[in-house]
Unconditional design. Structure first.
Length: 340
């Protein structure tokens, strides 16, 4: 069996960075796309950073069984990254569950049927930290789970990530194969955008730099560099220490107003457009009625999160980048790509 990796959702931002890391490390990569029209655009980006001689594609849908078993055959590893992360919040909390949960189970079952050695799934700290009646500041770690029954505080995206990760662990435990699964749990993802098909986190930086925010919501998040996340996925391959673990990937928790300051340092020409002060919480709540993307932050307004990802650095064998570096890289790439 070759060192072949089935990489789901390869046209996505984190997955493209992961594909680059895999290809440059000598792995053969079979990337899944939900639409064949995404293949050329993905190739065009990847070939700037890696040889694509060992890269192939297959069109697969997370909502359908067709083709998953065939795709997993001959693969030694699966990295399952594909999952929806919409900018807007839906009033239907269960909207994303079919793709996130059923899709995860399809991918994992295909891997088990094919006898893959290891499965690495991208999750998120949003599956860990959202629960009612938290202290301020509050701490969380790899043994914590978001309270999926907290209807007011857990939206469609948080629910999808929590239920999908739980479903993955339940399946692997039932089969007695928990040690074959590792989940990677980043915070807010920042760093090099690669191309104009960036992620939701990039959109926040773009909106800040475009002067869309009069002030910054009182919201803080763990800052994760997209290259660290990609490197973490690949560092799990063949690493016996990470079996059965949930790895928090990120370096520092920063408030949005601090992110704004870091963007201003990196790109002084945009400093006038960037928010300098924090918005009162009631204003963010008012804005959320007009712009549902603001709803994502409301349960955490004014609360400071704390976590210690150093255990993940030890298990993976490398240090995560400080927030300043990846925010600077993010801002510079947004300008380079003409997004502002």
């Amino acid at each position: 069996m070759t060192n072949k990796v089935l990489l789901t959702g390869i046209s996505g931002w984190i997955a493209k960075h992961t594909a680059i890391e895999l290809l440059n490390s000598g792995y053969e990569v079979l990337g899944t796309v939900r639409d064949n029209n995404l293949i050329e655009q993905t190739k065009e980006t990847l070939r700037k950073y890696a040889s694509i001689d060992k890269l192939s594609f297959v069109e697969l849908d997370l909502l359908k069984d067709d083709g998953w078993n065939e795709a997993a055959k001959g693969c030694k590893y699966i990295i399952h990254i594909a999952s929806p992360f919409p900018m807007k919040v839906s009033n239907n909390r269960e909207l994303l569950l079919p793709v996130a949960v059923d899709g995860t189970l399809r991918v994992l079952n295909a891997g088990l049927n094919a006898g893959v050695e290891q499965i690495i799934k991208t999750s998120s700290i949003v599956a860990m930290f959202r629960k009612p009646n938290r202290s301020n500041p509050y701490s969380f770690g790899e043994n914590d789970w978001t309270d999926e029954n907290w209807v007011e505080g857990v939206n469609d995206y948080f629910l999808s990530k929590t239920k999908a990760e739980k479903a993955a662990w339940e399946l692997m435990e039932k089969k007695g194969l928990k040690s074959k699964l590792t989940t990677i749990c980043p915070g807010g993802v920042f760093g090099d955008a690669l191309d104009t098909k960036g992620g939701t986190s990039i959109e926040y930086v773009r909106q800040f730099m475009a002067g869309k925010f009069p002030g910054a919501p009182k919201f803080a998040v763990l800052i994760s560099d997209v290259k660290d996340i990609a490197k973490a996925h690949v560092a799990c391959i063949g690493n016996n220490k990470v079996g059965g673990r949930r790895l928090i990937v990120g370096k520092e928790v920063k408030k949005l107003v601090e992110l704004s300051q870091l963007i201003a340092e990196a790109m002084p020409a945009y400093s006038k457009k960037l928010p300098k002060k924090e918005l009162p919480n009631f204003m963010v709540k008012l804005i959320s009625y007009l712009d549902s993307s603001a709803k994502m932050m409301i349960p955490d307004l004014g609360i400071l999160m704390q976590t210690d990802p150093s255990y993940a650095e030890d298990l993976l064998g490398f240090k995560f980048k400080p927030a300043k570096d990846c925010i600077s890289e993010n801002a510079k790439s947004v300008v380079r790509l003409g997004l502002v």
